[in-house]
Design a protein. Structure first.
Length: 577
């Protein structure tokens, strides 16, 4: 009956909710990108925005799956929607890489102002586009109108990069620098320009995919793209085991209390404990959710008593009866849609229905009512107490376990098959960030540690993937391998192993080794770069130099997880680059 009424009266499908979520997500992302490119944000504000986008990515994927189940039309677009999710994750990764450059330039020497001005000139057309996207209503039909303009911006960005490179090399301030400072500054320009172009190109791809949602001319287009890797969730085995063990203990205790006491309303006690477990199982913070359900059950029973024994005996007819019981559902629904009070609203509505369901003929017996309400509340309360005491998800053990899973994404990026690896790393990284953020709410120290590890893992893992892809490109080209080339490739393998070891077991010794070999890798790559006369797109080693610099910058990040080790090693390692 509820499904029929929902479909006929003010229908609101998950397809509509999903498309609205896509529009809002793109608008927020364009606003964040615009603030970064216009230097109107801070590293702290940007990191908080990244946490929010990670949560939105997990939520939008859940809504997409629900929409595909509900609507056959959405199911037929499954490949297209999955590709859209992947494009957005890649776009977010590119923006993050670009943000590290912008924030580092703002905090560095005055000579880096040359690079800042150059990047501002290159990104000016992109800034104008983002400004229009922020002000526009970003439906897929509207975004489709920007396709040609984005293609033109990508072309103009390439031309502008070459122009700004020539101006940098001829600038008096650049020529006035010592020779040993000119080369690192030029390489930093190459890295920054590469990241800016890749971000622009990823934006073009995403807007093309998003605009194609309204393309009905070729329904087989997305079926021809082949298999597309789906969202990769990450589940910690220790966490799953603790949840199962905690649920087993709650069921055993509640059933044992019912069996030993012979309580007439023991079925209600047992059922509400199980309901509380089920409803809290999918919550990011299960212990907080089940505590809210217990509080809501008490509120629901109290309101149920007042309505059943004070209001219902004084009304006559179905309309007045609905007027009496509707406020609890209106208030409960509003609370459920508010994340902070979702458990209270859900618990109030569910338990109100258990005890205050109008009967025909109506009965007003307070003793059975109180007995049932007491058993239901105790069931929720017992489940809440045990959940809070037995393996609490807010404990340090869980955050440490999930952080270890997060760190292990770097070894995965260094060793796994390259097919869909970037998507796998992206989705798992965001899913883990969402999980850890949910179980560490209010723990500022842990949250700061979380953001620093997430930042470092995301940077290094994607840079390693890019290096491996470029190395595979070199292998396909069958370039002749000299002794120097073989030593270079061997050093690259040693660097990957050093990074794997560092993130698997982080300590000062592993950090010093990884930092040293990364600096060594930059030095030996510098001597094998392709001539500057070649196009950057056709120069794999020059592109690899960009990602080597990016890995080194991630390890040296003053706000990163290795800042303690970095403070001790900066004087000795600064001369290595």
């Amino acid at each position: 009956m509820w499904g029929i009424i929902t479909a006929l009266v003010f229908p609101d499908t998950t397809e509509t909710a999903y498309k609205s979520l896509l529009s809002q997500r793109l608008s927020n992302f364009c606003k964040q990108s615009l603030e970064l490119l216009k230097h109107e944000t801070t590293p702290q504000a940007y990191q908080m925005a990244r946490l929010k986008f990670a949560s939105q990515a997990v939520m939008s994927e859940a809504v997409r799956q629900a929409a595909c189940i509900e609507d056959p039309h959405m199911q037929s677009m499954r490949n297209q929607l999955i590709r859209l999710t992947h494009s957005f994750m890649a776009l977010g990764t590119r923006l993050y890489a670009l943000s590290r450059v912008f924030f580092s330039l703002e905090a560095q020497r005055p000579s880096h102002q040359l690079l800042s001005h150059a990047l501002d000139s290159i990104s000016r057309p992109l800034v104008d586009l983002l400004q229009e996207l922020v002000e526009d209503k970003l439906s897929s039909a509207r975004v489709a109108t920007y396709r040609r303009r984005v293609d033109f911006i990508c072309l103009s960005t390439k031309l502008s990069i070459r122009e700004q490179r020539s101006q940098l090399l001829a600038h008096p301030d650049y020529l006035a620098l010592p020779t040993d400072e000119q080369q690192p500054l030029f390489e930093l320009y190459e890295t920054s320009a590469e990241l800016l172009f890749r971000f622009t190109d990823c934006l073009r791809v995403y807007l093309e995919d998003y605009g194609a949602l309204t393309d009905e001319t070729n329904p087989q287009k997305w079926e021809q793209t082949g298999a597309i890797g789906s969202w990769q969730s990450s589940v910690n085995s220790l966490y799953a085991l603790s949840c199962g063990l905690r649920a087993s203990i709650i069921i055993f205790i509640s059933y044992g209390m019912w069996y030993l006491s012979g309580w007439q309303s023991g079925t209600m006690f047992f059922q509400t404990a199980i309901i509380g477990l089920m409803l809290s199982a999918t919550s990011p913070a299960p212990h907080k959710m089940i505590v809210g359900l217990a509080q809501g059950s008490g509120l629901g029973y109290l309101l149920g008593f007042l309505i059943t024994f004070l209001l219902l005996p004084k009304v006559d007819g179905f309309p007045l009866m609905m007027v009496c019981v509707s406020p609890i559902f209106i208030i409960g629904t509003w609370l459920t849609l508010t994340p902070k009070y979702a458990g209270i609203g859900m618990g109030a509505m569910i338990n109100f229905c258990f005890v205050a369901s109008p009967a025909n003929p109506a009965t007003y017996a307070p003793e059975p009512f109180v007995n049932m309400a007491l058993s239901g509340f105790l069931g929720m309360a017992v489940a809440a107490v045990i959940s809070s005491l037995m393996f609490p998800p807010s404990g340090r053990w869980l955050s440490n376990a999930l952080l270890k899973d997060l760190r292990m994404l770097v070894p995965m990026a260094a060793k796994d098959n390259l097919r869909d690896l970037s998507t796998k790393i992206d989705s798992r990284c965001r899913d883990l960030l969402h999980q850890i953020d949910g179980v560490t709410k209010g723990q500022d120290n842990v949250q700061t540690k979380l953001v620093s590890w997430y930042t470092s893992v995301s940077s290094v893992s994607h840079a390693l993937i890019e290096l491996r892809q470029l190395l595979a490109k070199l292998a396909v080209e069958n370039r002749p391998t000299t002794a120097a080339e073989r030593r270079w490739r061997k050093s690259l393998v040693h660097m990957q192993r050093a990074l794997e070891l560092l993130y698997s077991a982080p300590d000062k010794r592993h950090y010093a080794h990884a930092l040293h070999i990364t600096a060594h890798m930059i030095n030996i790559t510098r001597g094998q770069l392709e001539p500057e006369s070649e196009l950057f797109d056709d120069s794999p080693k020059r592109q690899m130099m960009s990602y080597l610099h990016f890995i080194y910058a991630a390890l040296r990040d003053r706000a990163g997880p290795f800042k303690t080790c970095n403070a001790q090693l900066v004087p000795t390692m600064a001369s290595a680059i």
